[in-house]
Design a protein around this ligand. Structure first.
Ligand code: WQD
Length: 341
């Protein structure tokens, strides 16, 4: 029996495939490589010494998707595949609704047809929108304020309806906070296609000289130093959280949401300072206008995942910075080799 991982070549996906292989699972990957690189999977196999079965296909292609279920004994699915850039979702909402929602409906229809009813879904803390209070608990109201966050919230509702129609399903909705860092080997990591939207890859590209200066989006937030506070979580801790959620879903039925964060918040300036300490480099920055849609502070109440999954993030902010920097220095062009640049 195997675990199907959609979007398995992506940043969180490939780290989760690695943890699944290390935990002794057989792993099948589906990826359309629209925002990922097959090299990440080759390196996962190199690091673990184990094999992955990889299908290059799009979840919107039902015919191809069915062959995966026909050719493999799938026990459970971890679903990462989807578009995930907030700013892009504001510009192209229809492609976000089509890609994120329709592909999930296709996947669930195929799972139902082949009686595969253990499901771990990659949701996001973005579903909370501007939180009423921090730390944020799973019961907080969902006020997603962009199309990307709304696709995640809608998919959570679709999955709850699915369970209502058939109580044999077991579904974990994992709400990630801010994943950063990389596997300790430095062989896999965050590989943004263009100029990074997210803070940590932007910092590492400034540090390596690909970008000149970090723009800090506002220092007039009601926070301890005026810059935005987020709950940064090491991607390896996040990946391990998926294995724990999978194991829980294999032993129960129902739909449960879990915050996957550290429960600690760091400001932009604090993350920059931690990175400077770890790398020994100075990160030049300038304070600019707030980024539309940004919130002042977001960090998780992680007690439910600890209680019900037996999972706690263990890696601290300096280890996150060190591993992000090791990946960047070992892979200045990401998974592309220099000649492909
Ligand atoms: C973090 C902080 C910025 C870049 C996003 C998505 C979320 C999730 C994680 C998918 C904020 C500041 C950033 C920069 C900056 N992705 N910043 N200069 O916005 O919390 O979350 O990524 O699920 O859905 O919304 O992460 O890394 O973009 O920003 O000052 O160049 O860094 O204002 O305070 P964010 P981020």
């Amino acid at each position: 029996m195997a675990i199907l991982v959609t979007g398995g070549a992506g940043y969180i996906g490939c780290h989760t495939c690695l943890e699944l292989l290390d935990a002794g699972y057989d792993v099948i990957v589906i990826d359309n490589f629209s925002n990922s690189h097959p090299e990440s999977l080759r390196r996962v196999m190199e690091i673990t010494g184990k094999k992955l079965t990889v299908y290059s296909l799009d979840l919107l292609d039902k015919k191809s998707l069915e062959t995966v279920f026909q050719q493999n004994q799938i026990e459970a699915v971890i679903h990462f595949a989807g578009l995930k850039a907030v700013g892009e979702s504001v510009l192209f909402p229809l492609s976000y609704y089509q890609t994120n929602i329709l592909s999930t409906v296709n996947l669930c229809e195929m799972m139902k047809r082949y009686d595969v009813k253990h499901f771990v879904f990659s949701s996001s803390a973005t579903v909370y929108g501007i939180p009423e209070q921090v730390p944020i608990c799973e019961k907080a109201s969902l006020r997603a304020n962009n199309p990307y966050g709304r696709t995640k919230r809608m998919i959570e509702e679709i999955l709850r309806d699915l369970f209502q129609s058939d109580p044999n399903w077991s579904i974990a909705l994992l709400r990630y906070f801010n994943p950063i860092g990389a596997h300790e080997s430095g062989k896999i990591g965050e590989n943004p296609k263009e100029i990074p939207n997210n803070l940590m890859p932007y910092i590492t590209q400034v540090a390596i000289g690909k970008l000149q200066v970090l723009s800090i989006y506002g220092n007039d937030y009601p926070t301890r130093d005026g810059t935005g506070i987020r709950d940064y979580i090491h991607v390896v801790d996040l990946a391990k959280g998926h294995v724990k959620a999978l194991e829980k879903m294999m032993t129960t039925t129902g739909v449960e949401t879990y915050n996957l964060g550290t429960g600690k918040g760091y400001s932009v300036l604090e993350l920059v300072a931690a990175f400077e300490k770890v790398s020994g480099l100075k990160i030049p920055y300038k304070i600019v206008e707030r980024r539309p849609g940004d919130i002042a502070a977001s960090f998780a109440d992680v007690s439910k995942a600890k209680r019900e999954l037996g999972w706690v993030a263990s890696k601290g902010i300096e280890e996150m910075c060190r591993d992000a920097w090791k990946w960047q220095t070992q892979n200045p062009y990401g998974y592309e080799s220099r000649k492909e640049q």
